[in-house]
Design a protein around this ligand. Structure first.
Ligand SMILES: *[C@@H]1O[C@H](CO)[C@@H](O)[C@H](O)[C@H]1NC(C)=O
Ligand SMILES: *[C@@H]1O[C@H](CO)[C@@H](O)[C@H](O)[C@H]1NC(C)=O
Ligand SMILES: *[C@@H]1O[C@H](CO)[C@@H](O)[C@H](O)[C@H]1NC(C)=O
Ligand SMILES: *[C@@H]1O[C@H](CO)[C@@H](O)[C@H](O)[C@H]1NC(C)=O
Ligand SMILES: *[C@@H]1O[C@H](CO)[C@@H](O)[C@H](O)[C@H]1NC(C)=O
Ligand SMILES: *[C@@H]1O[C@H](CO)[C@@H](O)[C@H](O)[C@H]1NC(C)=O
Ligand SMILES: *[C@@H]1O[C@H](CO)[C@@H](O)[C@H](O)[C@H]1NC(C)=O
Length: 685
């Protein structure tokens, strides 16, 4: 028996008639409410129907339950042969309107099929006025609900705070999806925000025989214009409701509740159909649906005023906090550390603000490189427009800072064409900034090793000039300035190339920052693996001789185009490659020129190359006393003094040349007393 009722008043009359005729069971199979005026819904809690037919499930009354059911129960009469309930289909238009002050609120709305309308023990909060803690999830509930959930409840394993879920006997959804729909034109998924105040429509379609439940959501573009049901449902889920629902007549309707989080929740229209085969809920007549009140302020004037004041004062407090924070931030942004003893270094002091501006706020784009001591940024000083490199060195201890700054500043007086000019410094909390001349072509490292594909290969004459340049710079540091300066970290990456590809030695003395104030017992070696002289590894005392050792390794690196230490690569013998050992080995075999960088294609001056290689070995001699001074090195390189043939005794020391082999206390001990002291800067000349 299938009946279509054009209006509810009429349907009610008919219903009464039918009830009289078929007194045994309620049999209504289809209904439509385009607005609920005169619908005689069974209301509970704060649910009301407004004069223009809007079903108001919740308003801003706190901790209230709300239910609205179809006036009469329905019977999902089973098919006796396969035990399935009939198919049913329902659709309803709803709106969840946030309160004035919040974009969050409420817990949502549930469409519910339930054997009982007694929810006196249910909770109005996240239990949606359907269940309580003890009966949530209980199979004895025989309740099916479709939730429009606007709060993320962890205990129910909610997927988010804006989803549609299928609930069976409890609020832990069998299946749920973020609110949205699949657009028919493109097939793409479009998000919807349930708590947006906008009208939307839900379709719930259950097919009895194959136990498939489909839920579809769609926006209603404007009240009055028809909405097409999207072809692809939001979710299609197999759940045998025949096994959940009882044979008893059931109630269909809506449930909601209010807790401290509040929203206005409305149902605008609703239709329902039940059928043994396919069921299709009658379409809603959108032009008859009631309008959604924009802002429901009735009866809330004083409350709203109070709320407004509270919000205003909150905003004010936030504003004041923000301004205070911004000022503090502005201050701390440019704050520096300045102490009395620094007055004498005044001219060498840069303001942090200038450096910050010069480097565009130390932006990544200005980053030139990052080394063991910190990051280096390129910058242009605001007033002079001079190009500089700013090195940020972080340090924790204040200990020894005065002495270090004194040294750094005194190094600012170093002037040599093969030395990177230090222009000045700046101090902040936990940080030291060093300002250097900008050297355009960057570090030699790149040309020798990792960036070879992009950088022009260095020819032999360029390499020889670089070797001579570094030697001259180091001689200046060791012997020609007013104090002895030990560089401590000579390596290819600390040699920079200027516009004419002249070598400029950078980063001198920085290693000392890590020596100051530390316990001599625990000082660790500062330097770079492969360049560390054996006695330095043993005693941690940097001297001019340890610089010479590193210089020797460095010039071998320049001539051979290989790193001092190379880790075994896959397929290799599994032993570390040690440059010094390799060159020594070739020398012993009389094939020393085989070690010259193959990248030169054989284009190099043989005598010069041989001299550089032998000088490299001589300088990286394990015995400090056997190494030449930088003055002698420069004389060899300039050809003023012929390089002596090394004594055969030298060969005995191969395989001893690297720190990892240092275990020979005897010779280290015998030489360590004869080398200059480590605190080389303090000793005047
Ligand atoms: C909410 O609706 C109920 C039922 O109509 C009413 O009694 C109550 O006063 C309303 N609350 C507010 C805050 O408007
Ligand atoms: C509304 O429905 C209830 C329950 O079905 C019924 O008792 C009542 O008489 C109805 N009221 C009207 C005005 O139809
Ligand atoms: C009952 O189920 C059987 C088997 O699925 C089917 O052939 C029959 O048409 C159904 N009858 C009704 C009234 O749904
Ligand atoms: C929960 O609801 C059920 C069913 O109404 C009731 O029997 C039970 O006592 C309630 N439990 C609590 C803790 O309220
Ligand atoms: C839809 O919402 C989800 C989260 O709920 C988000 O990840 C996604 O980017 C949104 N898509 C669009 C098109 O807004
Ligand atoms: C669904 O459950 C009912 C009752 O438990 C059973 O008779 C029927 O075979 C089930 N249907 C499906 C498709 O599993
Ligand atoms: C919808 O309702 C309007 C106003 O009552 C009516 O004119 C129109 O024919 C109805 N449309 C449909 C499709 O029933």
């Amino acid at each position: 028996m299938l009946l279509k009722f054009p209006s509810f008043r009429f349907s009610l009359l008919l219903l009464l008639l039918i009830l009289k005729l078929v007194a045994s069971s309620p049999t209504e199979k289809e209904f439509t409410f385009n607005g609920f005026s005169g619908a005689n819904l069974t209301l509970d809690g704060i649910a009301t129907v407004s004069s223009d037919g809007l079903l108001i499930l919740t308003n801003t009354s706190e901790k209230q339950k709300s239910h609205a059911f179809h006036p009469s129960p329905l019977s999902f009469r089973r098919n006796l042969s396969d035990g399935s309930i009939p198919s049913f289909s329902t659709t309803f238009a709803f709106a969840i309107v946030p309160t004035e002050n919040a974009g969050i609120g409420g817990h949502g709305i549930a469409f519910v099929i339930t054997p009982s309308t007694d929810f006196s023990n249910a909770l109005s909060d996240q239990y949606l006025s359907l269940f309580n803690e003890s009966n949530n999830g209980d199979a004895a509930n025989h309740v099916v609900a479709i939730e429009l959930d606007t709060i993320l409840n962890i205990e129910f394993k909610d997927i988010n705070d804006n989803h549609v879920g299928i609930d069976v006997n409890g609020l832990r959804s069998e299946e749920s999806r973020p609110a949205g729909y699949y657009a028919d034109d493109t097939g793409e998924f479009r998000n919807l925000t349930l708590i947006s105040g906008k009208a939307m429509q839900v379709w719930v379609d259950y097919n009895g025989p194959d136990a498939k439940l489909k839920v579809t959501l769609s926006p209603i573009n404007a009240i009055g214009t028809p909405t097409m049901k999207p072809t692809k449902p939001l979710m299609s889920f197999t759940v045998n409701l025949s096994a959940v629902l009882l044979d008893l007549p059931v109630h269909v309707g809506f449930s909601a509740g209010t807790y401290p989080l509040l929203t206005f929740q409305y149902v605008l229209g609703w239709s329902f159909a039940m059928n043994v085969g396919q069921a299709h809920a009658p379409p809603l007549n959108y032009s008859k649906l009631p309008a959604i009140p924009r802002m429901n302020l009735k009866g809330h004037k004083s409350r709203t005023l109070g709320l407004g004041l509270a919000v205003a004062s909150l905003v004010f407090v936030l504003l004041v906090t923000f301004v205070a924070f911004a000022v503090a931030r502005w201050r701390s942004r440019y704050s520096e550390l300045r102490e009395d003893w620094e007055l004498e270094f005044g001219p060498h002091r840069f303001s942090y603000r200038d450096l910050f501006r010069a480097t565009n706020g130390f932006r990544e784009r200005e980053l030139l490189g990052a080394g063991g001591f910190g990051k280096v940024y390129r910058g242009t000083l605001p007033t002079s427009r001079a190009e500089v490199a700013v090195k940020r060195v972080s340090h924790e201890s204040r200990q020894g800072m005065r002495q270090f700054v004194a040294e750094i500043v005194s190094m600012g007086r170093l002037r040599h064409r093969n030395i990177v000019q230090l222009l000045g410094y700046c101090r902040r909390k936990g940080e030291l900034l060093l300002v250097y001349d900008f050297v355009p072509n960057g570090s030699l490292d790149k040309y020798l090793h990792y960036d070879r594909a992009h950088k022009p290969a260095l020819g032999w004459s360029q390499r020889f000039r670089i070797v001579k340049g570094v030697a001259a710079g180091l001689l200046y540091l060791h012997e020609e300035w007013e104090q002895v300066v030990v560089h401590r970290d000579i390596k290819a990456s600390n040699v920079l190339l200027d516009g004419e590809m002249n070598a400029r030695l950078g980063d001198f003395g920085l290693a000392r920052l890590y020596d100051h104030g530390t316990d001599p017992q625990t000082t660790h070696v500062v330097g770079t693996t492969g360049y560390i002289a054996p006695e330095l590894a043993r005693t941690s005392r940097a001297t001019t001789a340890t610089d010479v050792f590193a210089f020797g390794v460095f010039i071998l690196e320049v001539a051979c185009g290989r790193r001092p230490v190379e880790q075994p690569t896959v397929g290799w013998q599994g032993e570390q490659f040690l440059l010094v050992d390799w060159v020594t080995e070739n020398w012993r075999k009389g094939s020393i020129l085989d070690t010259v960088d193959a990248g030169l294609g054989g284009e190099y001056a043989r005598e010069e190359a041989e001299m550089v290689l032998k000088l490299g070995l001589m300088c990286s001699h394990p015995q400090p006393a056997a190494r030449p001074s930088m003055r002698l090195v420069v004389q060899y390189l300039e050809g003023h003094v012929p390089l002596p043939e090394p004594s055969p005794a030298y060969l005995c020391f191969t395989k001893l040349s690297f720190p990892h082999n240092v275990g020979f206390d005897d010779y280290v001990a015998s030489y360590s007393s004869s080398v200059p002291s480590a605190s080389t800067l303090s000793g005047g000349r």
